[in-house]
Design a protein around this ligand. Structure first.
Ligand SMILES: *Cc1c(COP(=O)(O)O)cnc(C)c1O
Length: 395
């Protein structure tokens, strides 16, 4: 039978502890979620500020449905472009400190669309080894020559650029916060190098938006790099609590992407209610700095408590990886935690390099100290240190 390979491949995944399955969440997202009628403590959501179920965001979406209906019926360039798309783009540009912004249905599509529009055959795109899969897919799909430097290794990045003369255009692309490791890119150095070699610079601010910078504007605010990064990609699906992706940058960059980004052109516009929800999310962040403060006080508390028993983890963001090693061990540990009422799925290859399977803890502003104590005490109680040597995943 022609489809037998599917069964073989599934069995192979299962045998190597690499089979992926999801659980069904029965109520809204939050620090406590309902699965099969039981409450679990969730430490695996990108809903960093707890906005995914915020009353003001729900209200904004409901009102937008009343006023603008649900669907959009066409792509933006045909007849799907509505007032709320433009309002949201204006708000994103203001938030990111750029001239303009362009919405995409998802962050994945924003990366794909922008990368494939900006570079092609004859060009060079250079990325960090730990970049998100959507960047990797965009780089591959673009047709440009794609080179990778070891994680956060600025010298290797520079040596790749030293050999870049034959290429027409050059683009450096990096996560600003690395999604599976939680550490941050050395952006000031990368900005310098990009300038020196006349390369474009694109950052993926998915995990920094609403998290980094005093006002949550992202890694540019954190480092004070306003105006120094050509292409800023972000997602509305994480701290903003909604769905959607965007590119922020100059007016001419956005005009170019409107004309060239296939994942913008050939897809239906987002429902207006999603835009209303994102607008409300961004407004909440601007009006209530304490949301971000609460997230960081949880991050700092975990950092403090973790230092009691593991010394190799640098906590730099709400993403705290506990690297276990073999996929099966990570899966087993995740299962033990689940039986104790804590949801942290194991992150395994190909999401992370082989031998670095991990539990990726992610924190929310809405976790209480009691929630965090329960997680750490449970980890301690089950003696999870016996599961491996906590290698760091870099290099
Ligand atoms: C989640 C994520 C994306 C994709 O964003 P979506 O809006 O979920 O499609 C892109 N880049 C990084 C670094 C991410 O973590």
């Amino acid at each position: 039978m022609g489809t037998d390979f599917i069964l073989d491949e599934l069995k192979g995944l299962k045998d190597r502890s690499l089979m992926r399955e999801y659980r069904t969440i029965e109520g809204p997202q939050g620090p406590h979620i309902q699965i099969q009628g039981t409450s679990y403590l969730s430490f695996c959501s990108n809903n960093y500020l707890g906005l995914a179920n915020h009353p003001k965001i729900k209200q904004a979406a409901i009102e937008a449905i009343h006023q603008y209906g649900w669907g959009t019926g066409a792509s933006r360039l045909v007849s799907g472009n509505m007032i709320l798309h433009e309002k949201l783009e204006k708000k994103i540009a203001e938030f990111k400190g750029t001239e303009a912004a362009l919405l995409f249905p998802t962050g994945y599509m924003a990366n794909m669309g922008a990368l494939c529009a900006l570079v092609t055959k004859g060009d060079l795109v250079i990325g960090d080894k730990l970049n998100h899969a959507s960047i990797v897919d965009g780089c591959r799909q673009s047709g440009a020559t794609f080179r990778i430097y070891p994680h956060n290794n600025i010298h290797k990045l520079e040596s790749l650029l030293q050999r870049s003369a034959p290429f027409r255009r050059k683009l450096i692309v990096t996560d600003s916060v690395f999604s599976m490791d939680g550490d941050i890119a050395l952006l000031p150095e990368i900005v310098e190098i990009a300038k020196r070699y006349d390369a474009m610079l694109m950052i993926d601010d998915a995990h920094a938006t609403g998290v980094f910078g005093r006002q949550g504007k992202g890694m540019i605010e954190h480092y004070g790099l306003e105006g120094k990064i050509d292409i800023i990609m972000g997602s509305l699906s994480k701290a903003i609590g909604s769905v959607g992706g965007f590119i922020a940058g100059s007016n001419y960059l956005i005009d170019f992407l409107k004309n060239k980004a296939r994942s913008f052109i050939y897809t239906t516009a987002l429902p207006p209610s999603l835009c209303a929800a994102s607008l409300a999310g961004l407004t909440l962040i601007q009006e209530d700095i304490s949301l971000i403060d609460r997230l960081w006080s949880n991050i700092n508390y975990v950092k403090f408590r973790l230092s009691e028993f593991i010394h190799t983890i640098a906590v730099e963001s709400p993403i705290v990886p506990i690297v276990i090693g073999p996929a099966k061990d990570a899966l087993d540990l995740s299962e033990i935690l689940y039986r104790r009422g804590i949801l942290i799925p194991a992150i395994r290859p190909p999401t992370v390099p082989s031998g670095t399977s991990r539990l990726r803890i992610s924190l929310m502003a809405t976790h209480t100290e009691e929630d965090i104590n329960r997680l750490l005490d449970t980890l301690k109680d089950i003696g999870f240190l016996t599961f491996g040597n906590h290698k760091t995943s870099d290099q």
